[in-house]
Design a protein around this ligand. Structure first.
Ligand SMILES: Cc1ncc(C[n+]2csc(CCOP(=O)(O)OP(=O)(O)O)c2C)c(N)n1
Ligand SMILES: CC(=O)[C@@H](O)[C@H](O)COP(=O)(O)O
Ligand SMILES: [Mg+2]
Length: 659
């Protein structure tokens, strides 16, 4: 990656511009740290105002990050940032300041910590609730090796709602290893936090009696580290334990085997540095509860934390007002079409409920929430629970719709199989962000859902080619099918079209030919149907006459349509925005083989590699999934000049482009 000159070499960053590593930061006096934090915050605002990216969460951890890098010793000490969307200040302080304007761009910095990007990124993240498990693993390895590095996981209150966080704390209680968990409590996930944990943490912060006693114990503990003898230490610990046992709201964490400290003000540098120094000396699992404000220091973000969770950039750094020319009305997003269709269908069917795992706005399930609040559930960042919860509702006669991003549904695979499919429950999976997602990159691309759903018995798997089909598929899944089904659709806008008000059922397992042609057959699904049609125009101009089919279903596969096409077209090209392994192409190959058909099947899709981040256009073009790339590949196949006689060779074509 080319290092570009700093585009913020102004006097406003006179301290920050001298910091190219945590060692540089350590040269400052404690009294100067707030100045550094202020510069970091200002720099972050500049970067996001220009380039966009995750925003409010990093603003909230500016002081915390500066204090961590001041007290601890990265990269020897390991920082694990849960989700990692709040790690921008960490990147700024660890030698990547001048590259921040490339953040999330093709060939630029990744939007999340990335193990191969910097030795300061101890662990890659993107999905929530993994940090404490990773910290526990690192601590176990360190203990086996007899090392002494410190391991610190920073986890938000939203990510703390994920079951994995509790599994890890429970285990750490057993391991008794030296791990510091910093719980960054801002009472927000992307939307306001939900659930009992939220109330519990609020109660801790509000408990004045506890706070007074805590101060007493805190002072006593400071004494311990200084000049009191062992007997006094034990006595004070006993007093502290006694008080905590009867009064401490943090008793929940203590019961899991953690020492609980806090809550402290996460914007007070002195308190943070003091607390972290004290934590450094404690050799067991401990949790430091830090209260912060999401969006801190940028008023529009403080006032509308959800909206400023992430921003596409192009706003005034003081007012937050958009500097982009106002756009003419754009076509609706798939998400909005989904949210509205579900709301409409549910108006006439009181058995329909909507479930999200902390993504009400991203999935547009908030449209349903407004219309049917009693039938809306935000379960927190808990996809596994969301799916089994849906199975429970279905077992009781309800029709739950789980709206979950493809990448996040990966972690609920067993629940989908064991609780839903095995029992043939009528649960609908609205699989959002299926296919590439652009700037979030490999942690968030929905590359695998067709492959991981395909082998699951009882599942109906479909993907709409446009907004109308999404509406009709949702209606079909809810009102004309009894059993589990999945509808996968991409991030962003659907093609502009007038949407029919009334719903029409689609025959389960039926595709359609949308362009007749004699020379070669292109079988596409979902987002790739439009691309295939565009490629067909190019092919036609070059004298090749392709048939294009919209397969609609991966399962059940339209074998009748396939037979018809296979009997008249020797070469069949399958295009899907999913891994080339295990999806529609595999299904078609298997079906033809089963019938003893000798057609040549060419699979085009996502390569057997993790796809990097960048704009959708850049990624499509890199992978040959845009109209030109597809046309080029089909021409090679048609002419027989491609080696692509099977999927692995086809994958090689993609691989060459990636390198
Ligand atoms: C498994 C998983 N589900 C959902 C998300 C989407 N997501 C990203 S950040 C976020 C909210 C995180 O809240 P919190 O940990 O409190 O951090 P904050 O944004 O408040 O700083 C969510 C739901 C995710 N990254 N991973
Ligand atoms: C960090 C995270 O997981 C989310 O903030 C994600 O980036 C949202 O993606 P969308 O913008 O596609 O909703
Ligand atoms: Mg939070």
């Amino acid at each position: 990656m080319t290092k570009l000159p700093c585009f913020h070499e102004t006097d406003a960053y006179r301290s920050l511009n001298t910091i190219n590593s945590p060692e540089d930061l350590k040269r400052f006096k404690p009294s100067e740290l707030q100045q550094i934090a202020d510069e970091c915050r200002s720099y972050l605002i500049d970067v996001i105002a220009e380039n966009g990216g995750h925003f409010a969460s990093s603003l909230g951890v500016v002081e915390l990050t500066v204090a961590m890098h001041y007290v601890f010793d990265s990269p020897k000490d390991k920082f694990i940032w849960d989700v990692g969307h709040q790690a921008y200040i960490h990147k700024i302080l660890t030698g990547r300041r001048d590259l921040m304007h490339t953040n999330r761009r093709f060939n630029g910095l990744a939007g999340f910590p990335k193990i191969h990007e910097s030795r300061h990124d101890a662990f890659g993240t993107g999905h929530a609730s993994t940090s404490i498990s990773a910290a526990a693993g690192m601590a176990a390895a360190r203990d086996l090796e007899g090392g002494n590095e410190k391991i610190i996981a920073v986890i938000g209150d939203g990510s703390m709602t994920g079951g994995m966080a509790f599994e890890a704390m429970n285990h750490l209680g057993d391991l008794k290893s030296d791990v510091l968990v910093i719980l960054n409590d801002n009472q927000m996930a992307i939307s306001p936090s939900t659930g009992g944990l939220r109330d519990y943490l609020i109660n801790i912060s509000l408990n004045k009696t506890y706070n007074k006693l805590r101060q007493f114990v805190w002072n006593s503990l400071s004494l311990i580290n200084n000049d009191v003898g062992d007997a006094a230490k034990t006595a004070i610990h006993k007093i502290e334990d006694g008080i905590k046992a009867s009064l401490t709201p943090g008793a929940f964490f203590e019961a899991l085997g953690f020492r609980y400290f806090g809550p402290i003000d996460g914007h007070n540098m002195d308190q943070l540095v003091k607390a972290m120094k004290e934590m450094q000396a404690l050799p067991h699992p401990k949790l430091l509860h830090v209260i912060t404000k999401k969006g801190k220091g940028f008023l529009p973000a403080e006032q509308n934390q959800s909206a400023w969770h992430a921003h596409s950039g192009g706003f005034d750094r003081t007012t937050g007002e958009s500097l982009k020319p106002s756009q003419k009305k754009s076509p609706p997003k798939y998400q909005e079409i989904f949210g509205e269709a579900l709301t409409e269908i549910a108006t006439n069917d009181r058995k329909i409920v909507g479930i999200t795992a902390a993504m009400p706005s991203g999935t547009s399930l908030d449209i349903f929430q407004k219309a049917h609040p009693r039938r809306f559930y935000d379960v927190g960042i808990a996809e596994q629970h969301a799916v089994s919860f849906a199975a429970g509702l279905a077992a009781h006669g309800y029709k739950p719709v789980c709206a979950i991003y493809s990448t996040f549904l990966q972690r609920a695979y067993d629940q989908l199989i064991h609780d839903v499919a095995l029992q043939n429950q009528h649960v609908i999976f609205a699989i959002d962000r299926a296919g590439l997602v652009g700037e979030d990159g490999p942690t968030h691309h929905g590359s695998f859902d067709l492959s991981y759903l395909h082998p699951v018995p009882n599942m109906v798997i479909m993907a709409p080619k446009d907004g109308q089909e999404l509406r009709d598929m949702l209606y079909t899944a809810l009102e004309h099918h009894h059993g589990p089904s999945a509808i996968r659709y991409p991030r962003g806008q659907a093609a502009a079209m007038e949407l029919r008000k009334e719903f029409k059922a689609i025959a389960i397992g039926k595709g359609e030919i949308i362009r007749e042609g004699n020379d070669i057959a292109i079988l596409a699904i979902g987002s790739m149907v439009g691309h295939a049609l565009q490629a067909a125009e190019i092919l036609e101009a070059k004298g090749i006459d392709p048939l294009v089919a919209n397969m609609r279903f991966v399962k059940p596969l339209d074998t009748q349509l396939l037979d018809t096409i296979a009997s008249s077209h020797e070469k069949i090209v399958v295009i899907e925005e999913n891994s080339v392994i295990g999806g529609l192409g595999s299904g078609i190959g298997d079906a033809l083989q089963k019938k003893g058909m000798k057609n040549k099947v060419f699979k085009i899709g996502l390569p057997d590699q993790f796809v990097t981040h960048g704009s959708m256009n850049e990624l499509y073009s890199m992978l040959g999934l845009d109209r030109n790339g597809l046309a080029e590949t089909v021409i090679k196949i048609y002419n027989g000049s491609s080696n692509a006689v099977n999927d692995s060779a086809q994958t090689m074509i993609r691989t060459e482009r990636l390198a």
